[in-house]
Design a binder for this molecule. Structure first.
Ligand SMILES: Cc1cc2nc3c(=O)[nH]c(=O)nc-3n(C[C@H](O)[C@H](O)[C@H](O)COP(=O)(O)OP(=O)(O)OC[C@H]3O[C@@H](n4cnc5c(N)ncnc54)[C@H](O)[C@@H]3O)c2cc1C
Length: 333
């Protein structure tokens, strides 16, 4: 059964910790609980990709389903886990059991259920590569379904779940992890690992690098990368590269070029820039942080200022990677 909590404070239910309250809070503890959820309930995992900019007028449904099943086949492992499982703990547990492939995605905060929503990714790996199917409750047609990988429309930080936010409740995810394993070491500090590392060594390196690079939301509230890395046309990138020959870029199969949002912001000397209680992290330009007393308006002002500066300098529009919530639902800057 759903349980209505007695206090509705949202501050500690999202990692940016803006002061905010909810209309009501319900927890999902059994899969059937989703059938009796209020129609306008907003799904929340651990709130590590979510900012409550103000009080929220709708009920919140906290995903707390638990359970993990691991099956072995001759060529691959199949893992089915409930949406409320903690992603990083799942990665550590599987890697330590010899199920290798997810190690580059270690230390990404949040629940498994939210991971397909923005197709979490890091160090050249995305969860979509491993998803066999996603078990969902379709709120529109009131049916349980299994969506196959191809149905999920996975893209860079995008999926059908992000595109249709009020329709799908992810209950569980089935991952297919091939036994034939090859480390992915082409990104960032992973290139410095000695030849032929084990998955445990890769995971340890990923954890070390992330701990050094990213502020821990437990001590400095934040929601990870605030903006997505923008994609521009090849022709536009050619023009930019004349003016900024050292600009990091990544050519995509689509013909477009992906730019590093953090670099664009950093070049404008915005690290440490503060507006009210919100600031650009002093070491990581892509991460905005709550200095302790930030309110939603500070974040809106700061993010808008960064967007405007980047637009004026490069003609590139930054879009948010985080989910911004106003009084009644998702909002954009
Ligand atoms: C320090 C830090 C580092 C990060 N690094 C990375 C990174 O390297 N790569 C990356 O991709 N992300 C990163 N993130 C972002 C974040 O960890 C991921 O987006 C994560 O998947 C969010 O999980 P959550 O449970 O906290 O989601 P929430 O913030 O609670 O929810 C996110 C969205 O998913 C929806 N949702 C949640 N659960 C469900 C469900 N069961 N069914 C349907 N919809 C649901 C919510 O409605 C919301 O729209 C980082 C965040 C932080 C704070």
């Amino acid at each position: 059964m759903n349980r209505i909590l007695q206090h509705y404070d949202l501050t500690h239910l999202h990692t940016f910790r803006l002061p905010s309250k909810a209309h009501s809070i319900v927890t999902i503890q059994t899969p059937e609980d989703v059938e009796s959820l209020p129609a306008d309930a907003y799904l929340l995992g651990e709130g590590s990709n979510t900012l409550f900019l103000m009080d929220f007028a709708r009920p919140i449904a906290l995903m707390r389903l638990k359970g993990i099943q691991l099956k072995e086949f001759s060529e691959y492992w199949e893992v089915t886990a409930a949406a409320g499982e903690h992603w990083h703990e799942l990665v550590v547990s599987l890697t330590e059991q010899g199920v290798w492939g997810l190690e580059n995605l270690a230390l990404i905060p949040g629940t498994l259920g939210a991971a397909p929503v923005q197709n979490i990714g890091a160090y050249g790996v995305e969860i979509a590569q491993f998803i066999k199917h996603v078990h969902v409750w379709d709120r529109e047609h009131k049916v349980y379904q299994e969506l196959l990988n191809a149905d999920c429309q996975f893209e860079y930080r995008d999926s059908i779940f992000k595109q249709q936010p009020n329709r799908w409740i992810i209950l569980a995810v089935t991952l297919c992890i091939p036994k034939r394993w090859q480390p992915v070491l082409s990104y960032g500090e992973l290139t410095t690992l000695p030849a032929s590392p084990s998955a445990l060594e890769v995971m340890a390196k990923v954890i070390e690098v992330r701990r050094n690079k990213l502020p821990d939301p437990q001590y400095i509230p934040n929601a990870g990368s605030f903006f997505k890395n923008p994609e521009v046309s090849y022709e536009f990138w050619e023009q930019l590269s004349v003016k900024y020959p050292t600009m990091p870029h990544y050519k995509l199969q689509s013909g477009k070029v992906k730019l590093a949002a953090g670099w664009l912001i950093d070049q404008l000397q915005l690290k440490g820039y503060r507006l009210g209680g919100a600031a650009v992290h002093h070491r990581q330009a892509l991460v905005l942080v709550n200095m302790g007393d930030a309110v939603g308006e500070d974040v809106i002002q700061l993010a808008g200022y960064i967007q405007q500066q980047v637009w004026e300098a490069y003609g590139v529009k930054l879009e948010t990677e985080v989910r911004l919530l106003g009084q009644n639902g998702l909002v954009t800057l």
